[in-house]
Design a binder for this molecule. Sequence first.
Ligand SMILES: [Fe+2]
Ligand SMILES: [Fe+2]
Length: 486
Amino acid sequence: MPDGLPNGMNVDYDGLIPNNVGLNEDQRVRRALETWHPGYIDWWKDMGPEGFQEALVYLRTAISVEPEGWAKFGYVRMPEYKWGILLAPAVEGRKISFGAHKGEPAWQEVPGECRAMLRRLLVIQGDTEPASVEQQRHLGRTAPSLYDMRNLFQVNVEEGRHLWAMVYLLQKYFGRDGREEAAALLQRRSGHQDAPRMLGAFNEATPDWLSFFMFTTFTDRDGKMQLGALAQSGFDPLSRTCRFMLTEEAHHMFVGESGVARVIERTCQAMRDAGITDPTDVGRVRALGVIDLPLMQKKINLHFSLTLDLFGNEISTNAANAFSSGLKGRYHEDQVDDDHVLLGATYPVLRLIEGEIREEQVPALSALNMRLRDDFVADASVGLRRWNRLIEAAGFQYRLQLPHVAFNRRIGEFAGLKADLGGRVLPDVEWAGAKDGFLPATEDDDYLAGLMRPVREPGKFAGWIAPPKWGVDGKPGGFEYVRIEE
Ligand SMILES: [Fe+2]
Ligand SMILES: [Fe+2]
C-alpha cells in the first residue's frame, strides 16, 4: 500500500512526525506542524516532567492503529518521544448518527456554518492536554517507585500526543486561525495568573501522588466522556482522532484507579497488622505511615467536584447546538435507543429552586451536558465499587462514596452553594464548622507531603502504597522502568 492514503491504516513512522494522515503529500499542513514542533519541544522542556528530561523511560509509543499491537515498548528520552498523528481507521460509508443532519454522509470537510463551534470544541479539548502535563510536572521527584514514575511519564507523553492530535485538526482545517490557536495552546499555563488554562480543574495543583491518582481516576474520565461524545461527531476526522485517543485514555484511568486501589490495599494491610479496627482513628493510622481512608474520601470529594464543573452548565444552548449541528453526540450515541434528534424529548435535571435541590424535566437538547455528566457519574461509580470491595475484603466497615453533585461546585446551578456531601444545604455557621471534614485541610496536605519521599530502587515501593499485581509489558518486579542518569 503506498503511504499517505488518507484513510489508510499504514503509519509513516520514520519521518519527524509519525502519522497515518498522509503528511508527506500534504505540504501545507506538514510545514505548519514542522513550524509548530520546535515550540512544542521548548514547551515540553520547560513545562514537562521536571528533572527527568534526560532519563531513559520505558514507554509505549503508538506505531499503528490496529486494535492488536498498536504500541511498541522501549527506552526513550522523553523529548525524543515520537508524538505522532494517528487517526482510527475510516469506517466505510459512515453516516451522521444524530442531530439535524442525521442519516447524511459524515463530513470530510468542516461545513461552513460549523466552523466557529468546531474550532472552539477543538481548542477547549486541546487546552486540557498540555494543562495536565503542567499540573503533574513536579511529581517525578517524589514518585513512590520507578514503576509509578514510568506510568506518570507515560500519561504525560500521551497527553502531549493528544495535544498534537488537536493541533493537527486545527492546522489542517482552520488555516491561519488554526495556526494561531495552535500557538496559543503552547502559551497558556496551568494556574497562571494572567494566562491560565481554559477550564478550572486544569488550573488546580496536583501536589502529591494521591492527588495524581484521583486526578487520573476522575478528571481523565471526564476526558473519556468528552472524547466519547466527540468520537460520535459527524465531522469524520474528529471522530477518527477521538476514537484513537480513547485507546490511550483507558490507560490513564487504569493508572489512577489501580493507584488508589494499591493505596487502599496497603492501608488496610497496615491497619490489620496493627490491630486497628476503626479506620476513622486517623491518628493511629497515620502513625503507621499510611494514608487513612477518611483522607482518601476527602480527596475523592475534591477531585470529583472539580471534575463535575468540567461538564459545564446544567442547561446549555451551546451543548444543544453542538448536538443538533452534528458535531458532538452523546456518550455511546450509537447505542442509545431513541430518535437521536431529541426534538420534544425531555431529561431530568437537578436544579436549585427556591433554595432547594429539586429534579425538573427540561428539554433534552438543552440538558445534554447533564446527560454526559450522569454518564460520567455512573462510570465513576464502577471504580468506586471496586475500591470498596477491597476495603470490605479486608474486613472493615468503612465505605468510600461519591459526594452529591451539589457539593463544592463553582459552575452551574449549585455554584457557591454550601451543600454537604449528601446534598443538604447547610446554614453558614454549620458550613464553616463542617468544611474541614469534607475537603483536605492544611494538616491533611501536610501529612501527605511528608509521605512523598522518592523511592528509586528497582522493585521497591514507598511504604504507603502496595506494589502492582503485574508489571508493565509483562516485565518482572525488579525491572528498571526509568534509568536516571544523574
Ligand atoms: Fe488526553
Ligand atoms: Fe488522559
